[in-house]
Design a protein around this ligand. Structure first.
Ligand SMILES: O=C(O)C1=C[C@@H](OP(=O)(O)O)[C@@H](O)[C@H](O)C1
Ligand SMILES: C=C(OP(=O)(O)O)C(=O)O
Length: 426
């Protein structure tokens, strides 16, 4: 296995430019593919997750042209994928797997959707159950409730409200919202029970609107897609920098100096921009521009007790910051961590203990108390989870060397992460 030793560092200073947002990139690719007209997408993220979406769209017969670095011209298929049969390998990309499942369930073809072994352990039942209410034919090929899936042609009927649960992943509601305009009929979605990760629904609605579909809503309870609506290309669209990827650099600035991230700012449509406010509760100074966030160290950090349901990905960065803060940090309402790239609550607890922290795990929360001195030369396992690798790089800023196992797992969303991290640390 590859290992990356990170030297002890005491300072983080400088400016970095973020790669494109994963959430915006994969939504934009799918919406452009489903649109009428040609869309030029600029600043698209170049990573494993977007590569899986691009490959899938190509297999479905969508014309995709790479016209410059991170720029793609997508010729939309006006809601009707040319290929009615395809075998799609979607890796571990939730933002490809869930939305494509819904879009293909309404596409009158035979489609086989599968991924890496971990993807086959990530639940999808709540989405499939919702799609079946609309008449879709979706079969589980291995374990009930999990990928791989086989989708077959079906007669659809969306005249009755479709009920969907959103307490395991918001990606199910995102998927249903983006797919329903393909039916051409008016449709109503009712959310059953609690909806988690709500800001991701805002990203979905915002991008659907830019592609010409306006969803009416009653809070987080119900959503209404009008009849005879279809996606129209906006012409050109720019992808914001990734706000979740920004979290590691914002944390670095607060922990050890003065770091500016370019690519996201105060007007970002990504909920993870609120990580900056959460991190500031521990200490440090944050300032924003339209296209940047600056994070500066001000003094000692204090522990926090925070509901992190709105920032599930960036909250992992707070967990590692906690070992730099005085007191016990508690991050709550993060049950979804258990069904992501790995069981992130268990993984985080195991690896934080290696650097000396005292960690208590709950079903949906984690409590972290720092050691008096961080352990030097800890060897961190990353569980094929890009965020474990990126978060734990921050340990080096305590002035202790740390080794990251399998560092290339960052390719899921940020292939150049360690190179960029090295440019700001000393
Ligand atoms: O819709 C999205 O783009 C995402 C939603 C979140 O998932 P959950 O809704 O499963 O929390 C997040 O963790 C994931 O990285 C991206
Ligand atoms: C949970 C994540 O990914 P996915 O889009 O596969 O759900 C993540 O990037 O942290």
């Amino acid at each position: 296995m590859e290992q990356l030793p990170l030297p002890a560092a005491t300072q983080a200073t400088g400016t970095i430019t973020l790669p494109g947002s994963k959430s915006i990139s994969n939504r934009t690719l799918l919406l452009a593919a489903l649109s009428e007209g040609v869309t030029v997408i600029r600043d698209l993220l170049d990573s494993d997750d977007t590569a899986r979406m691009l490959e899938a769209l190509q297999s479905l017969g969508v014309k995709l042209e790479n016209i410059a670095d991170n720029a793609w011209r997508v010729t939309g298929c006006a809601g009707n994928f040319p290929n009615k049969q395809a075998d799609l390998f979607l890796g571990n990309a939730g933002t490809a797997f869930r939305p494509l499942t819904a879009a293909l369930a309404f596409s009158d073809g035979n489609y086989h959707l599968h991924g890496v072994p971990r993807m086959h352990e990530r639940p999808i039942a709540d989405l499939v159950t919702a799609l079946k209410q609309a008449g879709a034919k979706v079969d589980y090929l291995a374990n009930e409730g999990y990928p791989p899936l086989q989708i077959s042609p079906a007669t659809l009927d969306v005249s009755m409200p479709i009920q969907i649960r959103g307490d395991v992943s918001s990606q199910f509601l995102t998927a249903l919202l983006m797919a329903l305009p393909l039916t051409g009929k008016a449709a109503t979605i009712e959310v059953v029970g609690e909806l988690i990760s709500k800001p991701y629904i805002e990203i979905t609605l915002n991008l659907m609107q830019r592609f010409g579909v306006n969803v009416a809503r009653d809070g987080w309870q119900s959503f209404h897609i009008p009849a005879a609506t279809s996606y129209q290309s906006p012409g050109e669209i720019y992808v914001e920098g990734d706000a979740s990827s920004a979290s590691y650099f914002i944390a670095a600035g607060i922990l050890a100096g003065d770091v500016t991230v370019q690519g996201v700012g105060q007007k970002s449509i990504q909920g993870d921009i609120l990580f900056a406010e959460a991190a500031k509760l521990m200490g440090g100074r944050i300032s924003y521009g339209d296209n940047h966030v600056r994070a500066e160290k001000t003094g000692a950090l204090q522990a926090i007790d925070l509901d992190c349901n709105h920032i599930p990905d960036a909250a992992m960065t707070l967990a590692v910051m906690a070992v730099f803060a005085q007191g016990t940090t508690t991050l709550r309402n993060i049950a979804s961590w258990r069904v992501k790239e790995t069981d992130r609550i268990a993984a985080m607890a195991t690896e934080l203990r290696k650097v000396g922290a005292t960690v208590i795990e709950e079903a949906d929360a984690i409590h972290i108390t720092p050691p008096l001195r961080l352990v030097e030369n800890a060897v961190i396992d990353t569980y094929d989870d890009h965020r474990m690798a990126m978060c734990f790089s921050l340990i080096s800023l305590a002035g202790v060397p740390v080794t990251i196992n399998d560092p290339k797992c960052v390719a899921k969303t940020f292939p150049e992460y360690f190179k960029v991290f090295a440019t700001i640390t000393r």
